[in-house]
Design a protein around this ligand. Structure first.
Ligand code: SAM
Length: 226
Protein backbone atom coordinates (compact mmCIF):
# COMPACT_ATOMS: atom_id res chain seq x y z
CA UNK A 1 0.00 0.00 0.00
CA UNK A 2 0.97 3.67 -0.20
CA UNK A 3 2.29 3.67 3.36
CA UNK A 4 5.31 1.68 2.19
CA UNK A 5 6.89 4.40 0.11
CA UNK A 6 7.64 8.03 0.90
CA UNK A 7 5.38 10.65 -0.70
CA UNK A 8 6.92 14.10 -1.19
CA UNK A 9 4.48 16.86 -0.24
CA UNK A 10 5.55 18.98 -3.23
CA UNK A 11 8.08 18.88 -6.11
CA UNK A 12 10.51 21.08 -4.17
CA UNK A 13 10.60 18.42 -1.45
CA UNK A 14 11.91 15.73 -3.82
CA UNK A 15 15.62 15.17 -3.28
CA UNK A 16 16.59 15.12 -6.94
CA UNK A 17 20.27 15.60 -6.01
CA UNK A 18 20.20 12.09 -4.60
CA UNK A 19 18.90 10.75 -7.91
CA UNK A 20 21.27 12.72 -10.15
CA UNK A 21 24.43 13.46 -8.12
CA UNK A 22 26.47 14.42 -11.22
CA UNK A 23 24.00 17.15 -12.07
CA UNK A 24 24.01 18.50 -8.50
CA UNK A 25 27.70 18.88 -7.55
CA UNK A 26 28.15 19.82 -3.87
CA UNK A 27 29.85 23.11 -4.76
CA UNK A 28 26.68 24.20 -6.58
CA UNK A 29 25.06 25.26 -3.34
CA UNK A 30 26.66 27.00 -0.41
CA UNK A 31 24.98 25.76 2.76
CA UNK A 32 21.28 26.46 2.26
CA UNK A 33 21.80 29.16 -0.34
CA UNK A 34 21.59 28.01 -3.92
CA UNK A 35 22.35 30.52 -6.68
CA UNK A 36 22.81 28.09 -9.57
CA UNK A 37 19.66 27.15 -11.48
CA UNK A 38 18.38 23.82 -10.19
CA UNK A 39 18.33 21.16 -12.92
CA UNK A 40 14.82 19.86 -13.57
CA UNK A 41 13.57 16.48 -14.67
CA UNK A 42 12.33 16.82 -18.25
CA UNK A 43 11.10 13.33 -19.20
CA UNK A 44 8.89 10.98 -17.17
CA UNK A 45 8.33 7.31 -18.04
CA UNK A 46 5.12 6.34 -16.25
CA UNK A 47 4.91 2.66 -15.31
CA UNK A 48 8.48 2.24 -16.52
CA UNK A 49 8.65 -1.49 -15.77
CA UNK A 50 12.22 -2.74 -16.12
CA UNK A 51 13.56 0.56 -17.45
CA UNK A 52 14.55 -0.32 -21.02
CA UNK A 53 13.24 2.96 -22.43
CA UNK A 54 15.14 5.07 -19.89
CA UNK A 55 18.38 3.25 -20.66
CA UNK A 56 18.00 3.94 -24.40
CA UNK A 57 16.88 7.54 -23.98
CA UNK A 58 19.76 8.25 -21.58
CA UNK A 59 22.43 8.19 -24.27
CA UNK A 60 20.17 9.76 -26.91
CA UNK A 61 19.53 12.82 -24.69
CA UNK A 62 22.52 12.87 -22.30
CA UNK A 63 21.71 16.36 -21.01
CA UNK A 64 18.06 15.71 -20.17
CA UNK A 65 17.18 14.42 -16.70
CA UNK A 66 14.61 11.62 -16.81
CA UNK A 67 12.76 9.63 -14.22
CA UNK A 68 10.80 6.39 -14.30
CA UNK A 69 7.80 5.92 -12.03
CA UNK A 70 7.00 2.37 -11.05
CA UNK A 71 4.47 1.01 -8.59
CA UNK A 72 6.00 -2.42 -7.96
CA UNK A 73 8.66 -2.33 -5.27
CA UNK A 74 10.82 -5.16 -6.62
CA UNK A 75 10.67 -3.81 -10.16
CA UNK A 76 11.67 -0.29 -9.10
CA UNK A 77 14.53 -1.76 -7.02
CA UNK A 78 15.67 -3.71 -10.08
CA UNK A 79 15.70 -0.52 -12.20
CA UNK A 80 17.67 1.31 -9.50
CA UNK A 81 20.29 -1.45 -9.44
CA UNK A 82 20.37 -1.62 -13.22
CA UNK A 83 21.13 2.11 -13.45
CA UNK A 84 23.81 1.97 -10.73
CA UNK A 85 25.50 -0.94 -12.53
CA UNK A 86 25.42 0.95 -15.85
CA UNK A 87 26.93 4.02 -14.18
CA UNK A 88 29.67 1.93 -12.60
CA UNK A 89 30.68 0.22 -15.84
CA UNK A 90 30.33 3.34 -18.05
CA UNK A 91 31.83 6.23 -16.06
CA UNK A 92 30.14 9.55 -16.85
CA UNK A 93 27.19 7.89 -18.57
CA UNK A 94 23.65 7.05 -17.39
CA UNK A 95 23.87 9.82 -14.80
CA UNK A 96 20.72 11.43 -16.17
CA UNK A 97 18.26 8.57 -15.46
CA UNK A 98 16.64 7.44 -12.24
CA UNK A 99 13.53 5.82 -10.85
CA UNK A 100 11.03 6.34 -8.04
CA UNK A 101 8.61 3.88 -6.58
CA UNK A 102 5.25 5.59 -6.55
CA UNK A 103 1.65 5.41 -7.66
CA UNK A 104 1.62 7.72 -10.66
CA UNK A 105 -2.18 7.84 -10.65
CA UNK A 106 -2.06 9.67 -7.35
CA UNK A 107 1.21 11.53 -7.06
CA UNK A 108 2.27 13.16 -10.36
CA UNK A 109 1.65 16.69 -8.96
CA UNK A 110 3.84 15.84 -5.95
CA UNK A 111 6.80 15.29 -8.26
CA UNK A 112 6.49 17.82 -11.08
CA UNK A 113 5.87 21.53 -11.25
CA UNK A 114 3.63 23.15 -13.81
CA UNK A 115 5.10 22.88 -17.31
CA UNK A 116 8.27 21.17 -16.13
CA UNK A 117 8.19 18.13 -18.43
CA UNK A 118 8.86 18.04 -22.16
CA UNK A 119 8.03 14.34 -22.64
CA UNK A 120 5.78 11.85 -20.85
CA UNK A 121 5.63 8.15 -21.73
CA UNK A 122 2.81 5.68 -21.13
CA UNK A 123 4.08 2.55 -22.79
CA UNK A 124 2.15 -0.70 -22.74
CA UNK A 125 0.09 0.24 -19.67
CA UNK A 126 -2.06 -2.39 -17.98
CA UNK A 127 -5.30 -2.72 -20.01
CA UNK A 128 -7.95 -3.13 -17.25
CA UNK A 129 -10.41 -4.68 -19.67
CA UNK A 130 -13.59 -4.70 -17.58
CA UNK A 131 -15.76 -1.61 -17.82
CA UNK A 132 -15.87 -1.21 -14.04
CA UNK A 133 -12.06 -1.13 -14.01
CA UNK A 134 -11.69 1.57 -16.68
CA UNK A 135 -11.24 4.10 -13.86
CA UNK A 136 -7.95 2.34 -13.13
CA UNK A 137 -6.56 3.13 -16.56
CA UNK A 138 -3.57 5.48 -16.47
CA UNK A 139 -4.98 7.53 -19.32
CA UNK A 140 -8.35 9.17 -18.64
CA UNK A 141 -9.78 12.62 -19.23
CA UNK A 142 -9.29 13.46 -15.54
CA UNK A 143 -5.68 12.27 -15.40
CA UNK A 144 -4.92 14.06 -18.68
CA UNK A 145 -5.62 17.30 -16.79
CA UNK A 146 -2.71 16.41 -14.49
CA UNK A 147 -0.46 15.40 -17.35
CA UNK A 148 -1.30 18.64 -19.19
CA UNK A 149 -0.34 20.55 -16.04
CA UNK A 150 3.05 18.85 -15.76
CA UNK A 151 3.86 19.15 -19.49
CA UNK A 152 5.13 22.37 -21.03
CA UNK A 153 3.24 23.78 -24.02
CA UNK A 154 4.81 21.98 -26.99
CA UNK A 155 5.66 18.94 -24.84
CA UNK A 156 4.77 15.46 -26.11
CA UNK A 157 2.82 12.57 -24.59
CA UNK A 158 3.68 9.17 -26.08
CA UNK A 159 1.30 6.22 -25.64
CA UNK A 160 1.47 2.73 -27.11
CA UNK A 161 -0.26 -0.60 -26.48
CA UNK A 162 -0.79 -3.97 -28.11
CA UNK A 163 -4.43 -4.00 -26.97
CA UNK A 164 -6.50 -2.41 -29.72
CA UNK A 165 -9.38 -1.43 -27.45
CA UNK A 166 -7.00 0.34 -25.07
CA UNK A 167 -5.31 2.05 -28.01
CA UNK A 168 -8.69 3.41 -29.13
CA UNK A 169 -9.45 4.47 -25.57
CA UNK A 170 -6.18 6.38 -25.13
CA UNK A 171 -6.54 8.08 -28.54
CA UNK A 172 -10.15 9.07 -27.84
CA UNK A 173 -9.26 10.54 -24.43
CA UNK A 174 -6.46 12.58 -25.99
CA UNK A 175 -8.62 13.73 -28.92
CA UNK A 176 -11.36 14.86 -26.55
CA UNK A 177 -9.04 16.76 -24.25
CA UNK A 178 -8.80 20.49 -25.02
CA UNK A 179 -5.06 20.71 -24.28
CA UNK A 180 -3.76 17.96 -26.59
CA UNK A 181 -3.45 17.78 -30.36
CA UNK A 182 -2.42 14.81 -32.53
CA UNK A 183 1.06 15.08 -34.04
CA UNK A 184 1.03 14.60 -37.83
CA UNK A 185 2.49 11.34 -39.16
CA UNK A 186 5.34 13.00 -41.09
CA UNK A 187 6.51 14.70 -37.91
CA UNK A 188 6.46 11.37 -36.04
CA UNK A 189 8.57 9.76 -38.74
CA UNK A 190 11.32 12.30 -38.01
CA UNK A 191 11.17 11.74 -34.23
CA UNK A 192 13.89 9.24 -33.16
CA UNK A 193 11.99 8.49 -29.96
CA UNK A 194 9.04 6.87 -31.75
CA UNK A 195 11.01 3.83 -32.85
CA UNK A 196 12.21 3.26 -29.26
CA UNK A 197 8.65 2.84 -28.01
CA UNK A 198 8.76 -0.71 -29.32
CA UNK A 199 12.45 -1.48 -29.74
CA UNK A 200 13.64 -0.28 -26.31
CA UNK A 201 10.82 -1.36 -23.99
CA UNK A 202 10.67 -4.86 -22.55
CA UNK A 203 6.95 -5.09 -23.42
CA UNK A 204 7.51 -3.80 -26.94
CA UNK A 205 10.22 -6.40 -27.52
CA UNK A 206 7.87 -9.14 -26.32
CA UNK A 207 5.13 -7.98 -28.69
CA UNK A 208 7.62 -7.82 -31.58
CA UNK A 209 8.87 -11.37 -30.85
CA UNK A 210 5.30 -12.63 -30.99
CA UNK A 211 4.62 -10.70 -34.20
CA UNK A 212 1.89 -8.64 -32.49
CA UNK A 213 0.43 -5.34 -33.63
CA UNK A 214 0.81 -2.08 -31.72
CA UNK A 215 -1.38 1.01 -31.50
CA UNK A 216 0.19 4.40 -30.81
CA UNK A 217 -1.31 7.75 -29.88
CA UNK A 218 1.22 10.57 -29.73
CA UNK A 219 -0.04 14.05 -28.96
CA UNK A 220 1.34 17.50 -28.30
CA UNK A 221 0.43 19.64 -25.32
CA UNK A 222 -1.07 22.84 -26.71
CA UNK A 223 -2.21 26.07 -25.07
CA UNK A 224 -5.78 25.63 -26.34
CA UNK A 225 -7.64 24.08 -29.27
CA UNK A 226 -8.51 26.41 -32.17
N1 SAM B 1 6.44 0.55 -19.79
C1 SAM B 1 7.10 -0.73 -19.58
C2 SAM B 1 7.35 -1.43 -20.89
O1 SAM B 1 6.77 -0.98 -21.89
O2 SAM B 1 8.12 -2.38 -20.94
C3 SAM B 1 6.29 -1.63 -18.62
C4 SAM B 1 4.90 -2.00 -19.06
S1 SAM B 1 4.05 -3.01 -17.83
C5 SAM B 1 2.86 -3.88 -18.76
C6 SAM B 1 3.11 -1.80 -16.92
C7 SAM B 1 3.87 -1.29 -15.71
O3 SAM B 1 3.15 -0.22 -15.09
C8 SAM B 1 4.07 -2.36 -14.64
O4 SAM B 1 5.44 -2.45 -14.33
C9 SAM B 1 3.24 -1.83 -13.45
O5 SAM B 1 3.78 -2.20 -12.21
C10 SAM B 1 3.28 -0.34 -13.69
N2 SAM B 1 2.15 0.39 -13.08
C11 SAM B 1 0.85 0.03 -13.10
N3 SAM B 1 0.11 0.95 -12.44
C12 SAM B 1 0.97 1.91 -12.00
C13 SAM B 1 0.80 3.09 -11.25
N4 SAM B 1 -0.40 3.49 -10.83
N5 SAM B 1 1.91 3.84 -10.97
C14 SAM B 1 3.13 3.45 -11.40
N6 SAM B 1 3.34 2.33 -12.11
C15 SAM B 1 2.29 1.56 -12.41
Amino acid sequence: SDSHFPIPISPSEVDYAQHFPHFFPPEMCDQDKCDAPIPKVRFADIGCGFGGLLVSLSTLFPDALMIGMELRDKVSEYVKERILALRASNPGQYENISVVRTNSMKYIPNYFEKGQLSKMFFLFPDPHFKEKNHRRRVISIQLLDEYAYALEVGGIIYTITDVEELGDWMRTCLENHPLFEAIPEEELEADPVVELLTSATEEGQKVARNGGQTFKAIFRRIAFKE
